[in-house]
Design a protein around this ligand. Structure first.
Ligand SMILES: N[C@@H](CCC(=O)N[C@@H](CS)C(=O)NCC(=O)O)C(=O)O
Length: 90
């Protein structure tokens, strides 16, 4: 487990999106948020499809200390990743 984080969250005010904000806050992690505008179909733009090919929110990237980036989507998978990587042992 590591306390280092360089997390970017791509989301908007939907239940699946808010789940990730809650998880990040509960874990006390720092993160940047980019709001995805459904009215502009931002979730279908090529730059976002590079992160989530499904074109849906939420999505999240994290950058490791070696500079490599992981791209995650599906809210359950994102929560599992965050808890496994940054959660305290129970
Ligand atoms: N199973 C996915 C569902 C993601 C999903 O359906 N996101 C919706 C908002 S809650 C979305 O991005 N809708 C916009 C679209 O499909 O274009 C998850 O849990 O992340």
């Amino acid at each position: 487990m590591s306390s280092d984080s360089n997390i970017k969250l791509y989301t908007t005010q939907t239940p699946n999106g808010i789940k990730i904000s809650i998880t990040l806050e509960e874990l006390g992690l720092k993160y940047e948020t980019t709001k995805i505008e459904f009215s502009k179909n931002t979730q279908k733009e090529p730059w976002f499809l590079e992160i989530n090919p499904n074109g849906r929110v939420p999505a999240l990237t994290d950058t490791f200390t070696d500079g490599k980036e992981i791209r995650l989507f599906e809210s359950g998978s994102i929560m599992q990743y965050l808890v496994q990587r940054y959660g305290r042992p129970g």
